[in-house]
Design a protein around this ligand. Structure first.
Ligand code: 2NL
Length: 374
């Protein structure tokens, strides 16, 4: 039964003490039943509410109604009662808070026996890995790495590299131009760089000779994608400029680089070639690292070298004096310095190295393919 304030039959000590004890026990029973914050708030209102709380009513019905001579005693009893009731209610409120805290600690508890969450970290893409390996070979020879913009001007991509004004590479057939550039002078027109050579010019404008640099990066050409072409591909170029750099330096450096990259058993061979920015120019052939140069694999023919025993790896040559003319003011006087340069397609080398027959596999980013290189 819910507690209601009883009428006192007299104001004797015995009656007062019994009534006070009954009231405390009732409050205690209600306090013990409290479980939630809402219930503890309701308990406080019911007992201590100013307007119609039980203690307010006891004040009115027991104390205020008492005759003058009994007031002091009744007042002391009622005060003691208030003190006891408040203690029970505060107790109930605190146990609600304790229970909430315990529950939230329970909820936050970590089960150390659960299996961990695996977060795969991915791996270097085979083309990037190939570029980094090539770069590492030259870093070990004292070359430093340079990078530059992929959006270039006609000046850095073509003019300063000795391309004649009507060279076919300058045609939209071959080069990807940025739109709406035709109102600008030719040399300022923007395009996607077709090789990393512009970075070599930019570096020669910044750093006086002697220099030894390698430039890895993305390059772009207006080629439809197929098994050996992609509108975006990767190049590593190199440049060495000093007094008395000879074609012998070029041969010795690149022979060493090929042995360091493909293995010390490969041989190199140079064949005449042509590039607008080098004179003389050459193609570097490396003895086939798949068939060992024999052109055959058991009873089969060797596919990578097309049975020739040689694979073309890069283009190279002595820097054309006309190129130095563009950076003459920074110490590159063609009468005083000479240099060699080379450039290779990292994508093609990655295809050969990993025995992949379709360039598109490198760019489709199918993890089932890429996972094999992790
Ligand atoms: C190739 C051939 C080559 C160069 C790149 C170069 C750069 C300057 C001056 C002279 Cl600034 N040459 N670069 C030279 C010869 C060949 O690349 O077939 N690349 C895929």
């Amino acid at each position: 039964m819910a507690y209601t304030v009883p009428k006192l039959k007299d104001l004797s000590d015995a009656t007062l003490i019994a009534a006070v004890n009954e009231c405390i026990r009732a409050c205690e029973a209600e306090a013990d039943a409290v479980e939630t914050e809402a219930e503890s708030k309701a308990l406080r209102d019911r007992w201590l509410g100013r307007k119609s709380g039980i203690l307010t009513r006891i004040n009115e019905e027991w104390l205020r109604a008492a005759p003058k001579e009994a007031k002091k005693n009744v007042g002391a009893r009622v005060n003691e009662l208030r003190f006891q009731i408040e203690a029970r209610i505060i107790g109930a409120e605190e146990s609600v808070k304790d229970r909430q805290k315990k529950r939230s600690v329970e909820a936050d508890r970590i089960d150390m026996t659960l299996p961990g969450i695996s977060r795969p970290i991915g791996a270097e893409h085979p083309i990037i890995r190939t570029m980094n390996e090539i770069v590492a070979v030259f870093r070990n020879l004292g070359y430093s790495v340079q990078e530059g913009p992929e959006i270039e001007t006609d000046y850095y991509n073509f003019e300063s590299l000795n391309f004649p004004p009507n060279h076919p590479a300058r045609d939209t057939q071959d080069t990807l131009f940025i739109a709406n550039q035709r109102t600008k002078p030719l040399r300022e027109q923007l395009l996607l760089r077709t090789h990393t050579s512009p970075v070599q010019i930019r570096t020669m404008e910044k750093i006086k000779p002697p220099i030894r640099i390698v430039i890895p990066g993305k390059v772009y050409r207006n080629d439809p994608p197929d098994a050996s072409h992609s509108p975006m591909f990767h190049q590593v170029e190199g440049l060495a400029v000093d007094t008395n750099i000879t074609f012998g330096d070029l041969k010795g450096t690149l022979d060493h680089a090929m042995k360091a990259f493909f293995g010390s058993n490969v041989k190199t061979s140079f064949r005449p070639s042509f590039f607008p920015f080098t004179e003389p120019s050459a193609e570097l052939m490396v003895s086939c690292f798949v068939c060992g140069g024999s052109g055959r694999r058991g009873s089969d023919t060797c596919r990578p070298c097309k049975q020739t025993g040689w694979i073309e790896i890069l283009g190279c040559g002595m820097v054309d004096p006309n190129v130095f003319e563009f950076v003459k003011d920074n110490g590159y006087d063609p009468a005083r310095v000479s240099g060699f340069a080379f450039g290779m397609g990292a994508d093609r080398i990655a295809l050969l190295k990993y025995g992949v027959d379709d360039l598109q596999l490198f760019f489709q980013n199918d993890v089932r393919f890429l996972r094999q290189f992790a």
